[in-house]
Ligand binder design. Sequence first.
Ligand code: HAM
Length: 426
Amino acid sequence: MSVVEFQAPKGVPEYFPPRSSAFLAVREALAHSARCAGYGYIELPVFEDTSLFVRGVGESTDVVSKEMYTFLDRGGRSLSLRPEGTAGVMRSIVENRLDKGALPVKLWYAGPFFRAERPQHGRYRQLQQVGLEAVGSDDPALDAEVIAVADEGYRRLGLRAYRLDLTSLGCAECRPAYREQLMAFLERCDLDAATRERAASNPLRVLDDKRESIQAQLADAPVMVDALCDACSTHYDTVREFLRDASVEWSEAPRLVRGLDYYTRTTFEFTHEMLGAQSGIGGGGRYDGLMESLGGAPLSGVGFGLGTDRTLLACEAEGLDVAADGLVDVFVVPIGPAARRVAVGIAAQLRGAGIRVDMAYGDRGLKGSMKAADRSGAPLVVIVGNDEVQLANAQVKNMADGSQETVTLESLVADVGARLSQKGTL
Ligand code: HAM
């Protein structure tokens, strides 16, 4: 076998047919759920000023301190490939004054994000997300909406083996006192130097340490939900009431820690039980001080990022055929040069009617062309030979039962359309 000279960069997944249809179906299902809740689309820059992410996501997070793809442009400005979408959405709302109209501003986005993580199954350096942000209201009904939209997206795909972990991370009022309490607790634990350092800079992150020796010591660690101020406590209770109203199920996760620093109050993560170590299929929460910290108005916000790659892996793990209807509806088979000209016209007409059409190219003969038709997965095949050209008609073959009928060229588009809608393809 010859050696391939170029390969995609390490940790970058590619999606090509047939799997790319499933990738698109996953992205569309998640996006559809956002659109159904009144979110408008925002196309964000793929790179931004490095300082936006440093300030927005947090200097001490792994995402910013270890995983950003940062470079100088030709003018010497420091830019970074976006590691996530929330900071960019805040920047755009402030810069374009999107918050001067009706509130909340509700936006969704989709596309690639970049993190220089150690690649493994389900952990990529170019990862895809569908995300949304709702900015300008601290109504707990909005927290519940965001969570319900994510849940509906997964449900729409048919996913079942996932769970929602939920907690509240408090606010600028109650978190500092809790932080002190946790730091005092961690000081009494037997920690190695690196963990002790983390306990000093970001004590919440220690709760997320997976090592058994650490977890054993954390059994009695204080948790944020026990230290919420009255306002945060009421907010959290109300979010949970609304989640019940929206028929969303969750597990309380008082130790839930997210990898980004901006979260306040409601915080959540969806995990899928068949994905092994990289089980997080989506996550998000409220971020009440973020916009102000980036120079905008003191507006609160809540949102999520759903991992498109991992959601696809989850669908595959559950054996879900999310892109069941193949690439084309009709395959056109011409026999002979005169028929080819008619076939090109037929393909153009059918495509013009919104029907997905491919045809046999090259001189393959009837047998080779029918093989190509079979491989295409099209439920209908339109065959045109010399006789058909003379009589201005075509044979329409139903691939499911092998039956074949003569249809006039004049009525072909209507006839094919009717057959496909009967099948439920269109
Ligand atoms: P995040 O939890 O960092 O949140 O990422 C969201 C989702 O993206 C994860 O649950 C996971 O499914 C997927 N993901 C993250 N990193 C990788 C990776 N290396 N490989 C594959 N998939 C990955 C955020 O990004 C926040 N901006 C979400 C948010 C929006 N919070 C509020 N608004």
